[in-house]
Design a protein around this ligand. Structure first.
Ligand SMILES: [Fe+2]
Length: 419
């Protein structure tokens, strides 16, 4: 970040010529942009992923999460209804729920024992009437005026979404027809949690939003994909986008694979030799869907990705933990009616991704290379995004394109008012 960028107001921000094919590095480092993202995006008219429905299966369960950097707690009440509130005591602002998950009848802040119902209503205040008739809250103190700040909640295909805005359209409309259909394809059955973990990455959150939309890098950066023919650009596949460009899917069909000359011409080194796995059963897989798609990464604005590679189903939630730090939460899933053998295959294949995954290990550091590489850049330095053209739109039959990334920036500009 340059001192100039930090001091300038957003009013002075000018998107450079070239529209979404040019993305200023300043967007990753400017604290005013970061603050504006919290106002316009995370508190704006979008659905933020909060947790899985199966994270809080029974009454009293809670799960803490983040919307942007805002701490949020999601609960299930005695009626089975799901609630989400800012995890910040209405008294002095302390975190109310300190654990990642648990089960409580009430939520109590440890600082002064302010206690809230599972829907965030203030239920009781210690020493409200003072001690021995002295002290205490003023007579007009009204518990109804001091609740945890609520979010609107929608549960869709096992995903719990929250929004701060009353302008946000219902989840299916927010996703659009094609995106909604693909979420239903992957998550529209009772789910089973196989495991979860998280990793910290030292870069701005939008670099990961780009990375999950970047189909072009997969065959080049991820040598495992190419070597073991899990996902290559010469497989049948393409990109689908929501109309507004915000959400996108990169998909491939492994069965329809003909090695193309470009791999040799481009000297993609992983394609130049034969290699064998010591434990080939790690890639044991079965064809799961009639559409023949064996690899799909679906990115949902602002900070969610749903992955189904071979049979490895996972939800990735990436949240900013500062302007130059991102926490990536991985949730590995199966379906409730999977048999033992299917569960074994899904768990084996989960070695492909995650913090130490044979494929996504590289994603954990490549965005940091960008963060480091762009340090000290001038305010007018930009990314160049013309692979596959300059437009935003679906790309059938080719994933040698950055259209999905341009789509992200198109939607981002619109929501941020930087167009
Ligand atoms: Fe990647």
């Amino acid at each position: 970040m340059t001192g100039t960028a930090a001091r300038r107001s957003n009013n002075s921000f000018q998107w450079p010529e070239g529209g979404v094919t040019r993305v200023p590095y300043r967007l990753y480092t400017d604290p005013e942009i970061y603050a504006l993202e919290h106002e316009k995006i995370f508190r704006g008219p979008v659905w933020n992923f909060l947790c899985l429905d199966i994270d809080i299966p029974i009454a009293g369960d809670f799960k803490t999460t983040f919307v942007g950097e805002i701490p949020v707690v999601v609960t299930r009440d005695q009626n089975g209804d799901v609630h989400a509130m800012v995890n910040r005591c209405a008294h002095k602002g302390a975190l109310v729920c300190l654990q990642e998950r648990g089960n409580r009848e009430h939520l109590t802040c440890v600082y002064h024992s302010w206690t809230y119902d599972l829907d965030g209503q203030l239920n009781g205040v210690a020493f409200r009437n003072g001690v021995r008739g002295k002290g205490g809250m003023p007579e007009d103190f009204d518990t109804k005026k001091h609740r945890l700040e609520p979010l609107r909640v929608e549960v869709y295909c096992g995903l719990v979404f929250g929004t701060f805005s009353d302008q946000t359209v219902p989840v299916p409309a927010f996703l659009g027809t094609d995106m909604e259909r693909h979420v239903r394809r992957n998550l529209g059955r009772p789910l089973k949690l196989l495991g979860y973990h998280s990793q910290i990455m030292k870069h701005n959150w939008k670099l990961y939003a780009e990375n999950v939309r970047d189909s072009y890098h997969a065959t080049l950066l991820h040598t495992f994909y190419t070597t073991f023919k899990v996902n290559r650009l010469d497989m049948d596949g393409g990109i689908a986008l929501s109309e507004d460009g915000l959400h996108g899917i990169s998909y491939a069909r492994r069965a329809k694979f003909e090695e193309s000359a470009e791999y040799a011409d481009s000297k993609v080194h992983a394609a130049q030799y034969d290699s064998k796995l010591d434990g080939p059963e790690m890639l044991d897989a079965w064809p799961e869907f009639e559409d023949g798609i064996t690899h799909s990464i679906q990115a949902l604005f602002p900070s969610l990705a749903i992955q189904l590679t071979l049979n490895s189903l996972a939800v990735r939630h990436f949240v900013p933990r500062g302007i130059d730090k991102t926490e990536l939460f991985w949730m590995y899933l199966g379906y409730e009616d999977d048999d033992e053998e299917q569960t074994r295959m899904r768990i084996n294949q989960s070695n492909l991704t995650g913090a130490g995954g044979l494929v996504s290990l590289e994603d954990g550091c490549i965005n940091e290379f960008v963060e480091r590489g762009t340090r000290g850049s001038t305010d007018d330095a930009v990314e160049f995004l013309e692979m596959g053209g300059r437009d935003v739109g679906p790309s059938e039959g080719s994933r040698a394109t950055e259209t999905s990334i341009r789509g992200f920036w198109q939607g981002y500009r619109e929501i941020m008012g930087l167009a």
